[in-house]
Each structure stands twice: as structure tokens, then as C-alpha cells.
Design a protein around this ligand. Sequence first.
Ligand SMILES: [Zn+2]
Length: 400
Amino acid sequence: MSGVSHASQASISESNRSRILHYLYHEGVSSRAQIAKALGLTPAAITKITARLIEADVIQETGSIEGSKNRRSIGIALDSKRFHVIGVKFARSLVSVGVFDLDGNRVSLEQLPPVKESTIHRTLDSIRSTIEELLAHDDTIMAIGMAVPGPYLRSTGRTAVVSSMQGWRTINLREEFLHAFAVPVFIEQDARAGVLAQYLFDPAGPCDNLAYYLLGEGVGLGVIDGGHVINGAQGTATEIGHVSIDVHGRPCDCGNVGCLERYCSAVAIHEALCSGDLVPAAETMTHAQACAALFREACDGNGRAASMVKAIGEYVGYGCVTIINSFNPERIVIGDIVAQGGDLLLRAAQDVVDERVIPELRSATSITISALPTDAAICGAASVAITQILNHPSTFFDVA
Ligand SMILES: [Zn+2]
């Protein structure tokens, strides 16, 4: 066998291993015959690959199950609770570190002290020591996923613009973390991490044409198109937060004007609240606290607060129109701090979309608020690592 065909054979085997793990991950206990049929692989190939996965203790036989034509067969399963990953979420001013199993169940979560421009290096040290501590006490941790604000330049390892927290730009995350620990580290832009989490954990099941619209301290977007994440040449594709919705609008740190995130990010909302009297002492609050206070007011029937939430929802809707026209997803899932504006915000966004999108496209696109728990963003960081384990099993286990 020549070197080239050997390499390509290895990559086919890895791809088949990965497809089997993905199948077991989403479908649960299955027979070899079921897997062979679903994936279009021969029973012999399935037997060979699953034998190696069982030997390496990645999957297990679970005993007899009901097969096709009422025949009994042996079930096999991937026990997602046996392996853990660490997820680290960087926001502008908040860093959280959590341990999750492969199903996204949270084992532990720690919030580091708020980050200021002047304390970024202290934060990096405490991320390192927190992770070392977790690794020392849990030998089932296989990998670390980090979710960072975009636009994240994948090849150089830096975030290109972080409006209102420029200090992060000076940090090379790849140099700081890529080889810092005993297990592999994977870094991803936060909204792209979010779309991976929605893909893996959405109770509605995986969707191959999916957009995750992150409305946090910044505004971001992660898109899965035909089962593949859209990255772009430098890894900064789908940066909806810096799409201009008003060419004469508010200036943005990225150089553009009227960027969407200048209108409906938690930072923009907080700024607006500080210059008004809707939320008393807003200037003493974090961005998330100020937004939560506004949403509470709206919920309690404060008309001015409700109009403000509705106006924010309309901006969210302008973003949805661009997302639909650019990527034609089947589902848009809205998540993070501003998504807590709930139905009032969602309805305002949907009304804009009803009015401005071609009816055939509108009726084929669902827009919902994420059903994942509120720490979905950190769960997204974990799913960056989980996705790598499912996609490249031989990096983590002796199965090749
Ligand atoms: Zn911008």
C-alpha cells in the first residue's frame, strides 16, 4: 500500500469511527445492524470498528435488545456520563469555568472575579490554576473547550475587536492556552460554540441548517449549514454583530458605523439605561444585571420598559432578516443575556421578520429562544471539546 492510500484509508477509518460515535451519541443504545443500515456501512466494517472502540473502553455492549424482525441482538452504547470536558467561557468582563459530561450535564461551575482591562493577566493566571485544580481531581476530563468573543482570528489566536474591552485584543489565546495542559485545548468564537451546543443538546434534536444568534455583551452568530459550521478564511465569517443596520448610525470600535451590536447587545442596552431613569443606579450594575432589571420592569407592567424591550426586539429582528437572507437556516435560536427579554422581545423580532422577509422563506424558518439552561454559553464552550471528541476519536482514545 502506498503512503498516500494508507493515509487516505486511515482518514476513512477515522471518519467511519466518528460517524458511529455520532450515531450512538444521538440515538442511544443500538444494534450493529441498526448502525450499519443507518450509516450505509457493511456489517463487517461495523463489527471491526466497534470491536476496537469496545477494546479501548470508549463504548460498551449493553446486553440483548429488540432488533429488526423481532430478532434479539446485542446493544452497544456510548456512555456519555463516563467522560468529562472543561468549558471556559470568556465574555468581555466575565469568565466562567465549568465541567460537563458529554451530554452537556453540568458537573461543576465556577465564576471567576469580574475582569477589568488592568486585571486581564491576573484572570489568565486564575484560569490556569482553576483548570489545573480540576484536572488534578478528575481523570475523566478528556479535553478543554474555550469560547471567546468574536471576531476571533483562528490562525493567529487573537480576538480582533472586542468593543468596550479592547484589552482582550492583546492576548494571544493560542499561545496562552493551546499547550498549557495535559489534555488538548480547542478555542472557538463564542457564537460558533453556541451553535455547536444547540446542535448537540437542543431537546428538539440536531438540525443540519441552524443559526445560533448570540445576544450577550456582544452580538454574534454561529451557523451550521448542511451539517458544517461556516468559518470563513480567517475564522471570522458570520459576524452579524458588525453588520451595519444604519449606514449613518452609531460608530463602532470595528471601524464600521451602525453595527447591529451597537443597538441590541447587553452593552448597548446598559449604556442606554445609564443615561435614563428606567433602572435606578444602572451605572452600578453589570451589563447582565442592568438588562435583567429592565426585563423585570417590563414584565411587571412598566409601559416604558416594555416599549424599550420591544424596540430592542425590533433590532434583533433586523438581524434575523439578514441571517435569513444570508444563510437560509431552518431554525434561528436566540440565546444569552438579551434573550431573557422573553416573549415580548421575541414577538417584536418576529413581527419585523414577518414584514420584511419573502413569505416562502419566512414560513420555512423558525425563530425561538434557546431551550437550553441559562448557562448555555458555557455549555457551548464544553461542546467545542465534545465535538472534537466525536469528530476525531483517535486523538483522544487508542482506537486507530
Ligand atoms: Zn462594528
